[in-house]
Design a protein around this ligand. Structure first.
Ligand SMILES: Cc1cc2nc3c(=O)[nH]c(=O)nc-3n(C[C@H](O)[C@H](O)[C@H](O)COP(=O)(O)OP(=O)(O)OC[C@H]3O[C@@H](n4cnc5c(N)ncnc54)[C@H](O)[C@@H]3O)c2cc1C
Length: 383
């Protein structure tokens, strides 16, 4: 591939795209507005699709060495009973688990690979404007939920704040810590250890007492709001040093009628920001990166490649965005009867191995083993 490509945004999606395109022979300029690439976000759950891409890049081993592996992300009621487990099917070596890691570990691994790649020129401290034009063959907008590349093109974008707010944090690991998610009357709470000494946690701020504590930026009120529903959550909040150590995010959903406009193409949150409930935002960005590099390497023209990328990615991601929205709603149902019906339904799905398997595969969007093969098969001319 002899293309010249500008990638805007050095997040997980932009760095993976740059690496994969460079592997396939492209000359990549990667533009990032901040002066130093740093992870925003505490932890990350890497699923088999994202892991397949990182594995194809040769970056999974070092992440696995520091992170925490589990068979899936079990969902429990506040009393600890498992409502849903949806284990990961075995897609082959290293692709049969969920890996919880510090987000900074993923950024550091990708950044080191970018800096070592002769095909990628990283320019930090460059903020791209929406109307800016580039003389490269392709411009990839990997610049996140408020994408400037998206605003400068005709993508038929719809950007909707969902009203949901999530909190994330890292605290010292207490004992073995906890892994999985709890659906409680105070909202959703979950997490996993991310290294030998650190626990990652996330929580919704939907219940009135939790939301009021967040508005008041009152850490003790936050702990109190969770104490009755889930003591483990209160313990986690109590271990946070100050409210400023928490990340507070409003969830925005982005839908684009088109992912490409001429030679501009969108990827990751810029194309499809979604609710965090399927744990697929960053994982999907990694899959986008692999598929984009693959089609650009093979198609006869850039236009044909971008059309193929959109046709393959958009419907699959749309299904995951919808599933994440449904999970967000289900997690916040109240009332004894309603939650009993919900829990019964989820347990039913869990017991039907075929159904559970189909759900997991649909969430992963691509067969992880095939995805890893696709990444490994990219032309290694400039690696
Ligand atoms: C509570 C919560 C939990 C989550 N948990 C998970 C999880 O477990 N698993 C998962 O897969 N996903 C998860 N996500 C989603 C995930 O964080 C995002 O989907 C992912 O980070 C998107 O990556 P990206 O590379 O597309 O965008 P970003 O990470 O937003 O990166 C965009 C980059 O572009 C740069 N940039 C922006 N504008 C410009 C500009 N104009 N010029 C130059 N550079 C620019 C930014 O500085 C940034 O570096 C979670 C999200 C939330 C809110």
């Amino acid at each position: 591939m002899d293309l010249r490509v500008t990638v805007v945004g050095a997040g997980i999606g932009g760095m993976a795209t740059s690496l994969l395109l460079a592997r396939a022979g492209a000359s990549v300029v990667l533009l990032e507005r901040v002066g130093e690439v740093a992870a925003v976000g505490a932890g990350l759950l890497l699923q088999a699709n994202g892991l397949a891409v990182l594995s194809g890049l040769g970056l999974d081993e070092e992440l696995r060495a520091g992170g925490f592996l589990s068979a899936g992300v079990p969902v429990r009621a506040a009393d600890g009973t498992v409502i849903s487990s949806l284990p990961v099917p075995d897609f082959g070596e290293g692709l049969d688990r969920v890996l919880a890691v510090r987000r900074s570990a993923v950024h550091e691994a990708l950044l080191a690979a970018v800096q070592a790649s002769p095909g990628v020129e990283l320019r930090l401290g460059v903020e791209v404007g929406g109307r800016e034009s580039f003389d490269t063959d392709v411009v990839v907008g990997a610049d996140g939920v408020a994408s400037a590349v998206r605003s400068g093109g005709d993508f038929g974008a719809r950007v909707r704040p969902t009203g949901a707010v999530y909190l994330r944090g890292l605290v010292p690991l207490a004992g073995d810590g906890f892994a999985g998610e709890y659906w409680t009357p105070s909202g959703l709470f979950g997490g996993a250890p991310v290294d030998a000494t650190t626990q990652y946690f996330y929580a919704s701020a939907t219940a009135p007492a939790v939301r009021a504590a967040v508005t008041a930026r009152d850490l003790s009120a936050l702990g109190r709001a969770w104490a009755a529903a889930l003591p483990a959550a209160a313990t986690a909040f109590d271990a946070v040093g100050s409210f400023d150590d928490l990340l507070v995010n409003e969830v925005v959903r982005v839908d684009c009628a088109r992912w490409a406009d001429g030679r501009r193409v969108l990827l990751g949150d810029a194309a499809h920001a979604m609710a965090p409930n399927a744990g697929q935002g960053a994982n999907s960005a990694l899959v986008d990166a692999a598929v984009l590099a693959y089609v650009l390497e093979r198609a006869a023209t850039v236009e044909a490649a971008l059309a193929a990328y959109t046709a393959r990615r958009r419907p699959r991601v749309r299904r995951v965005q919808d599933a994440a929205d449904r999970l967000a709603q289900l997690a916040h149902w109240h009332g004894r009867t309603t939650t009993r019906v919900r829990d019964g339904l989820l347990r039913f799905v869990d017991r039907r191995a075929g159904l559970a398997d189909r759900l997991v595969r649909s969430t992963l969007q691509e067969d992880p083993a095939a995805l890893r093969g696709l990444v490994r098969g990219l032309d290694l001319r400039s690696a």
